[in-house]
Design a protein around this ligand. Structure first.
Ligand code: IPM
Ligand code: MG
Length: 351
C-alpha cells in the first residue's frame, strides 16, 4: 500500500497562488521518486474573498482543517483590505485554533553568494529558530481606551508555564538531534522582568538534557550577533514577538525573504507550512517571484508527514541547483517562477 497524505492547499493573495503552484510541481516529483501520494484540496481563502463582502475564513472552516495531515500555505495580504485584518483571521487564526505552538524557521544559507555579511560564507549561517507561536502580545487582547491626552494603548505580553514548557522542550529535542547540540534562549528579561519565567523553565527543562549545552542572550544583542557572528548559533528558542523580528533578519542573512521557509507545527497533528515572504502584490501574476521559499516549505511539510527522505531530497535539490548556478538567484525577477520549479523538480526526480 502506498503511503497517502492529505494536504490542504491555500494559495492566498498576490504571489501566493503562483509560488504554491510551483511548489506543488516539486511535490509531484517527490511523490513519483519516493513512492507516496497526496490527496490535495484547494481552499480559496484570500483577501479577495474578504473584499467580496465575506470573511476571508471562518473559525469553523479553520477547525475543519483538522481532517488534513498538513497545510501548504502561500501568502496573505492585500493593500485594499484594512491593515492586518485578513492576516489576523487567516494566519493567526490557523496558528491559534490549530494550536500550532512551534514556529520553526531554519536560517540556512545554501550558497556563499547568498550571504550578504562581510567575510562570512554559507557554512557560517546554519541555525534554526524555534519561535513560540501562540502566546505573547499576539493573543489579540488589549485595547486603546480613553480619549484625547488620556488615550492609552495597552496589550498584555502574556506567557503561561505550559505554553513556555512545551516549546522549550521541543527546542531541546531539536537541539539534541543536531550535531552541535547547543540551545540559546533569546529574551529580554533585563527590561521585561516577567520573562524571567523563560529563564527558569530553560533551566528546569534543561536538566533533562545534560547533553545539550544551553545559554541565554538578550534579543538586542542577538540581532548584533546574527550579523557579526552567525556561526555562534545552532538552535534558538524565543518568544513570539522576538521570533517574528529576528527571523526576518535571519532570512536576510541567508539570502533574503525569497528563500526562507517556515513550519507552524503541533507535533503529530495538522500543521501548516509557508514561505516567510508575504504576498508581494507588485510581483503578483507576473511569473517572476521566487518559488524557493514555498519549495522549502514543501521540504518541511514532507518531514512533518513522515517523508524525511523526500524532505531531505527537496532541500538538497534547492542547495545543489543554487550552488551550480542553474537557479540564478532568490530575488524576484532573477528567473521565471516556473523555470525554477522545473529545475528543482528535475533535480528531485533525478539527482
Ligand atoms: C510572520 C508574519 C506574521 C507574524 C504577520 C503577517 C501577522 O510577519 O509570519 O512572521 O507577525 O507572525
Ligand atoms: Mg514576520
Amino acid at each position: 500500500m502506498t503511503r497517502a497524505h492529505r494536504v490542504a492547499v491555500i494559495g492566498g493573495d498576490g504571489i501566493g497562488p503562483e509560488v504554491t503552484r510551483a511548489a506543488l510541481r516539486v511535490l509531484d516529483a517527490a511523490e513519483r521518486r519516493f513512492g507516496f501520494s497526496t490527496s490535495r484540496e484547494e481552499l480559496p481563502w484570500s483577501s479577495a474573498r474578504y473584499l467580496e463582502g465575506g470573511a476571508a475564513v471562518t473559525p469553523a472552516e479553520i477547525d475543519a482543517l483538522r481532517r488534513f495531515d498538513a497545510i501548504l500555505f502561500g501568502a496573505i495580504g492585500d493593500p485594499r483590505a484594512p491593515r492586518g485584518v485578513v492576516e489576523r483571521d487567516v494566519i493567526l487564526g490557523m496558528r491559534r485554533r490549530l494550536d500550532l505552538f512551534v514556529n520553526l524557521r531554519p536560517i540556512v544559507a545554501y550558497d556563499d553568494r547568498l550571504v550578504p555579511l562581510k567575510g562570512k560564507r554559507a557554512e557560517d549561517v546554519d541555525f534554526v529558530v524555534v519561535r513560540e507561536n501562540t502566546e505573547d502580545v499576539y493573543t489579540q487582547t488589549g485595547a486603546i481606551t480613553g480619549s484625547g491626552k488620556d488615550q492609552v494603548a495597552e496589550a498584555p505580553m502574556r506567557f503561561t508555564r505550559p505554553g513556555i514548557e512545551r516549546v522549550v522542550r521541543y527546542a531541546f529535542e531539536l537541539a539534541r538531534s543536531r550535531p552541535r547540540k547547543h540551545l540559546t534562549l533569546v529574551d529580554k528579561s533585563n527590561a521585561i522582568p516577567v520573562q524571567q519565567l523563560w529563564r527558569d523553565i530553560l533551566e528546569e527543562v534543561g536538566t533533562g538534557y545534560p547533553d545539550v549545552e544551553r545559554d541565554a542572550m538578550y534579543v538586542d544583542a542577538a540581532t548584533m550577533w546574527f550579523v557579526l557572528k552567525p556561526e555562534r548559533f545552532d538552535t534558538i528558542v524565543t518568544t513570539n514577538l522576538f521570533g517574528d523580528i529576528i527571523t526576518d533578519l535571519g532570512a536576510a542573512i541567508c539570502g533574503g525573504l525569497g528563500v526562507a521557509a517556515s513550519g507552524n507545527i503541533n507535533p503529530g497533528r495538522t500543521s501548516m507550512f509557508e514561505p516567510i515572504h508575504g504576498s508581494a502584490p507588485k510581483y503578483a501574476g507576473r511569473g517572476v517571484a521566487s518559488p524557493l521559499g514555498a519549495i522549502g516549505a514543501v521540504a518541511l511539510l514532507l518531514r512533518h508527514v513522515g517523508e524525511r527522505e523526500a524532505g531531505d531530497a527537496v532541500e538538497r535539490a534547492i542547495r545543489d541547483r543554487l550552488r551550480d548556478g542553474r537557479v540564478k538567484g532568490v530575488e524576484a525577477g532573477a528567473q521565471r517562477t516556473d523555470e525554477v520549479a522545473e529545475i528543482i523538480a528535475e533535480a528531485v526526480s533525478a539527482p
